[in-house]
Ligand binder design. Structure first.
Ligand SMILES: *[C@@H]1O[C@H](CO)[C@@H](O)[C@H](O)[C@H]1NC(C)=O
Ligand SMILES: *[C@@H]1O[C@H](CO)[C@@H](O)[C@H](O)[C@H]1NC(C)=O
Ligand SMILES: *[C@@H]1O[C@H](CO)[C@@H](O)[C@H](O)[C@H]1NC(C)=O
Ligand SMILES: *[C@@H]1O[C@H](CO)[C@@H](O)[C@H](O)[C@H]1NC(C)=O
Length: 281
């Protein structure tokens, strides 16, 4: 009691330095109950500049976590299934429930990879041709448009990139000096990352990896760790046992290790963004 009176008095006269150990009010913790795996999307698709379709999911206005995050947003960079995959939209909605406005650009101009093998479009689908058509010279400008929408139209000052599979590579690219644009990154089972893209990161990076991933093998994961260590910034690598590539989006919820892995990767991402965008809560 006495110390709080003294503290108040000192604050009035501006004599107290901010206590680095003090808790900020950041709206309290979250748990995995806000992560939706099935259901209806809560956000909406809109067109922004450059004919870019984006899915936007706003945070719940009344959540105590929303106001402390009003200057921050999550840029969700999807896997090859893009906005056609329900789980990508539900993941955005789940990040929004954590208090972050979440924007998901359509990285594939309306033609993502077919996620359903019964889809007639899957008959002639060629993965190599698809990947060749979506290299950084094509994808970087799409992401740059999404970032300028966040910073310019929505007045967002801090951006967290959350990338999955195909999008994981770009989550790291946007915390490189070039093309840049984001302030912190999380990547789940990223594919196709070059050594330069990993060693070039200059912002905090968190990675969630599957232990059975043919696109990010155990050997490559070890290299990734070494390159992040060499990059010299803050990083984190979590490996989820009993998970395949894609688990952080398309987990099979009848397999306990996959459900637990998807929840863990989601909480890992939110914890990382809270730490570096919002501060200690
Ligand atoms: C605008 O984007 C849509 C896909 O979202 C595409 O089908 C259409 O051809 C594009 N229009 C122009 C003028 O680029
Ligand atoms: C697949 O390719 C074949 C041969 O080019 C073509 O006849 C067929 O219409 C294509 N199917 C679809 C769904 O595009
Ligand atoms: C944009 O955000 C800044 C704080 O980052 C604030 O000072 C300013 O008033 C905001 N502008 C608008 C138009 O909301
Ligand atoms: C999910 O896992 C269950 C249990 O192993 C399996 O029977 C089912 O085929 C799996 N579903 C998919 C879509 O892989």
């Amino acid at each position: 009691m006495r110390s709080s009176i003294i503290t108040s008095a000192l604050l009035l006269f501006g004599a107290v330095q901010a206590d680095p150990g003090a808790k900020k009010n950041t709206g309290g913790p979250i748990d995995a109950s806000i992560l939706a795996h099935t259901g209806e999307p809560a956000g909406k698709e809109i067109k922004i500049a450059n004919n870019l379709t984006v899915y936007i999911s706003p945070p719940p206005p009344k959540s105590p976590r929303t106001k402390p995050r009003s200057q921050s947003a999550i840029l969700l960079l999807t896997d090859v299934f893009g906005l056609n995959l329900l789980q990508n939209k539900l993941l955005a909605d789940s990040f929004a429930r954590a208090g972050y406005l979440t924007l998901v650009p359509d990285l594939f101009a309306g033609s993502p990879a077919p996620s359903d093998i019964n889809d007639p479009a899957s008959a002639n689908f060629s993965i190599p041709a698809f990947l060749a058509a979506h290299q950084p010279p094509v994808t970087d400008p799409i992401i740059a448009s999404a970032i300028s929408h966040l910073r310019g139209s929505l007045n967002i000052s801090s951006i967290a990139a959350a990338g999955y599979c195909f999008g994981g590579r770009y989550a790291l690219r946007v915390v490189n000096p070039s093309p840049g644009g984001a302030d912190v990154a999380f990547a789940a089972h990223p594919s196709l990352l070059t050594d330069e893209e990993i060693s070039g990161v200059e912002k905090p990076v968190s990675v969630a990896a599957a232990d059975r991933d043919e696109l990010l093998t155990a050997a490559r994961r070890a290299e990734l760790e070494g390159l992040l260590l060499g990059a010299g910034g803050r990083y984190q690598v979590g490996v989820y046992g009993g998970t395949p590539h894609g688990f952080a989006v398309r987990a099979n919820y009848s397999v306990e290790s996959e459900r637990f892995g998807k929840e863990g990767a989601f909480l890992q991402a939110v914890g990382w963004f809270d730490e570096f965008l919002v501060g200690r809560g």
